[in-house]
Design a protein around this ligand. Sequence first.
Ligand code: ZN
Length: 505
Amino acid sequence: MTLTDQNIFDRLCIFMRETQLLQSTFSLLGWDERTGMPPEGAEYRGEQMTYLAGIIHRRRTDSQLGDWLERLIDSPLYSKPHSIEGTVIRESKRQFDRQRKLPESLVMELTRTSVQGQQDWQKARERNDFSIFMPSLKKIIHLKRQEADAIGFLECRYDALLDEYEPWETTARVKNILEDLRRELTPLLQQIAGASPVSQSHCLNKTFPIEKQKIIGREIAKTIGFDFQQGRLDTTVHPFCTELGPYDTRITTRYNEHFLPTSLFGILHEAGHAIYEQGLQKQWYGLPPGQTISLGIHESQSRIWENQIGRSRDFWTYYFPRLQNVFPKALHDVSFNAFYSAINTVTPSLIRVEADEVTYNLHILIRFELEQLLLDEHLSIADLPEAWNDKYESYLGIRPRTFTEGVLQDIHWSGGAFGYFPTYALGNLYSAQFFAKCESDLGDLSAQISAGHFDGFRHWLQEHIHQQGQCYSAGELVTLVTGEPLTHRYLVNYLRNKVSEIYAL
Ligand code: ZN
């Protein structure tokens, strides 16, 4: 029987959906590993995940898949690259080509080392002892260099690793845009340092019973549109979001009894990620038109809820009275302006996930620069903690006193995620640009949010971003939706406006 192009396309889709069954099972094991697994389960879990990763890798690099894609790329089905068929073919081919370059042994070794690395990192962090994590980190970086070399790159190893998280993006472009940002934000930071907020308050550091934080956190997630029939919220050391199926998206958070923003904005952030996953086209689950574009776009969806919405006057006009009801002891004598100013205070700090919006991108720049040095063998692992501290001193004017508040604060490197950090900064840039466009499209967004109506905003995101799947690259989508390529201007304007009001600059 001669197979038509359509027959082949259908077989490709079935094959990829089956691979997704394995991939989502792998994610489920990963979710469990990070939320509920007892410590001594780690070794066998490592074996399970390594074995599964091997099978998934074999399927993704199956020569049959390659043959199908070769034929489809020359077929009429690929005549419109942004159509559903075009997107399936283009993105499957891109992923196939990348995976094909990675030897199976390297993939399995990376998975094994990452599972061990995460366990070591957790132990090192608890004991504030970098030396516990050093051997794994050394191994991970060695393997990441091999990965970059296997994939190949035009300018630097970092390009090859960045591409996994932000397809089509380059180190040079990221460097430029982060430099643009730094150039604009440094004088703004200096201005802020010389001013004090219009209304000063330590209202966020009072006592906020964790049980009550859990109640309000769930409530906010639900109100903005996180669907609990298709998701869960749990507690972990390092918050994350993962999808385990078309109708199953998990988020986690952590609670600090004496610092409300940790869970409050953590949940808004992760719920934003989840709303993106929940807004995808379900019928294309496991195939590119039903998948998220890049981590930068993913991050834009979490930051837009956390910051543009969650730290806005409008949001708290609606939510502050409710928050006061939940925490009467801590907040009954706190004014709206004091609270609003407290959640938007700009002050250089050591922990990235708790950084304000202005200094946040400097935390990213530090990691971005250190990663390149490590990969290019210009910095040894033993010297890393000092190099980290030196950069904090030079960019933010403060120096970590412990490993836990310094180099051990992020989980990423322990899991082998090198090249990941810049996507956070890209997310901030995308979110500001999308938000400006949404405001102008909807006209009365501010009124909607202060009335507690989030559907209009969420639908706008769903229509313009979520439903597009991978039909466009991140850069193409930004241009398509906002009418211009990514620029630092929207983020800078947004920050400048907010900070000017709070600090009366
Ligand atoms: Zn995020």
